[in-house]
Ligand binder design. Sequence first.
Ligand code: PEP
Ligand code: MN
Length: 350
Amino acid sequence: MRPDLFTSLILGPCSAETHSQVLQTAEGLQGLPLSYFRAGIWKPRTQPGAFEGIGDIGLEWLVDVRNTYGYKICTEVATAEHVKAVITHQIDMVWIGARSTVNPFTVQEIAEALQGSGIPVMVKNPVNPDLKLWIGAIERLERHDIKVIGAIHRGFSVYQKTKYRNNPHWQIAIDFKQERPDIPLIMDPSHIGGRAALIAPLAQQALDLHYDGLMIETHCDPSAALTDAKQQISPAELHDLFTALEPRSQSERIKHDLSELRDKLSIVDDALIELLQERMALSKQIGIFKRTHNTPILQVQRWEETLKTSVEKGLLSGLSQEFTEQFIKMLHEESIRIQLALLSDQPDAN
Ligand code: PEP
Ligand code: MN
């Protein structure tokens, strides 16, 4: 990779798991223009009972990485205790995770603990799509005299399944750049994408959108990773990724804008499929109810009303009468098929 493409490159495993896993991963990154080697030591897990990080000993492994390979090292902090341990081990940089940025009390505690340490801080976006909260966390740090600050765009939690693990909401990143052009913005394709196949296209997108850097999770044996196994790639894959990154010309910009719009379209399509599945599951439930209560499947009056209301709503939203009519009729036909299949006792009325 041309070393000038990104200012900051933060690479390393999601979690420090063992001494050899950390060192072996670091070894594989030699030759890349790394700004920092990352590893999570205290892991904020969605559910209890999973691997919650190796704890303080992991800081010593990070120090070994620094001594062996000369990389600067960084980890996530979420409490004043973590900050204390990080200061003791002279860790070069810390980041605040998405689940901490969301809570002003936590950010306050971290800011107070970091004050005067001179340690640079990267602030991940909060889990919810709230630009003010993200910038607010940065301002809280600034009020505690923390001067070297960066921001990490890692996407936002979603309930419905989409192509991404965390919805990027590109507009928020663009607004962030506009509001705080002084703060370097780096992308975390690992947590946005949530799967290995999306890391390279997202990294290219980071380049196209002029992000200042990347934070990417890498593991010497991704499939055996204790956290975020699906999204970690091997150091060898990272080398390939950086070799394939292409600085874009102006005309490529147009292609990029188009692909961004297409990405948005795919998100809506995915949501539509989910909704259709939900609708058909409800039809089936209604079919079972009708069968139990011996009620006819087709109630013409109800069907006519449904069609009429949908067409009216469609017209109000700018959809043509013909399109809405055809679409609702197709849905209805499929519901009837499912309910009839139930009556004829077919084993799977899907
Ligand atoms: C991480 O970087 O490993 C992490 C926990 O990230 P996030 O706060 O973005 O979920
Ligand atoms: Mn992770």
